[in-house]
Design a protein around this ligand. Structure first.
Ligand code: 13P
Length: 253
């Protein structure tokens, strides 16, 4: 019912020249796989290069790491959903923990970005996740549910069914400390239950990816866990060979 998603978030890495070389090598090692969705989130300046390098591989989709919460205007340095779509993006990360915690993105802004993304026919991948402090205070469920509710606040039920979610515990991002498959599964189940409450059976259509120190060694055990429908990967997606290997992981469904 849900196609597993393998998403590479390159963060502030791989300009257009590197991105082209990456795609060339990645494509040479990665046959088309119809049973999974492969997504690249390069920096905005490299989106066109990745789209171009993947032009003969319609199975490779490209997204942007962020968009502005307004559609146009005097916002120096920002990118809009329409520009992202025009450049060939099909998806957008919203509410990534670095946007929330480094750049101060509010829950309200994530809701606006998700709305704009859906209107522009970009699939939002809404990211939620708790900090270590919040986890230690037993606030994980409250935090991710608050982020989920705010992110989806302006969508209709049908629109909610068309998005993708990512659970990325902040303490696991770039730290080498991965949530166990059980940790991931249990929060994914909480998110799934919240979606079911909101949109009923259609909740089964929403892929929920896990992110946070995913690597070649732990990818399969995460993917084989209940309710883990894909991976959102930072550091381990920066090397073409390594990322190709991860995208060829067994998915067992
Ligand atoms: P790492 O895989 O480097 O921990 O980053 C995870 C992440 O933030 C992906 O969006």
């Amino acid at each position: 019912m849900r196609t597993p998603v393998f998403a590479a978030n390159w963060k502030l890495n791989h300009g257009p020249t590197d991105a082209r070389a990456f795609l060339q090598r990645f494509i040479s090692q990665t046959p088309r796989q119809s049973d999974r969705t492969l997504l690249f989130f390069p920096p905005a300046l490299s989106v066109a290069a990745v789209v171009d390098a993947a032009r003969d591989r319609p199975d490779l989709l490209v997204g942007v790491q962020n968009v502005h919460a307004e559609s146009h205007g005097a916002f120096t340095g920002e990118n809009s959903v329409a520009m992202a779509r025009d450049a060939g993006a099909r998806a957008v990360l919203v509410g990534h923990s670095e946007r929330r915690h480094v750049f101060g993105e509010s829950d309200e802004a994530t809701g606006k970005k998700v709305r704009l993304a859906v209107d522009a026919h970009l699939v939002p991948m809404l990211c939620v996740g708790e900090t270590l402090e919040e986890r230690e205070a037993d606030a994980t469920e409250a935090v991710v549910l608050r982020q989920l509710t705010a992110g989806l606040s302006s969508l209709t039920d049908t629109e909610v069914a068309s998005i993708t979610l990512a659970y990325e515990p902040v303490w696991a991002i770039g730290t080498g400390r991965t949530a166990t498959p059980q940790d991931a599964s249990s929060i994914h189940a909480v998110l799934r239950a919240a979606l079911r409450e909101r949109i009923g059976d259609k909740a089964a259509h929403v892929p929920i990816c896990y992110g946070g120190s995913v690597n070649r060694g732990n990818a399969e055990s995460l993917l084989l866990s209940p309710d883990v429908d894909g991976l959102l990967v930072g550091g381990a997606s920066l090397d073409a060979d390594g990322w190709s290997a991860i995208t060829r992981s067994a998915i067992g469904r």
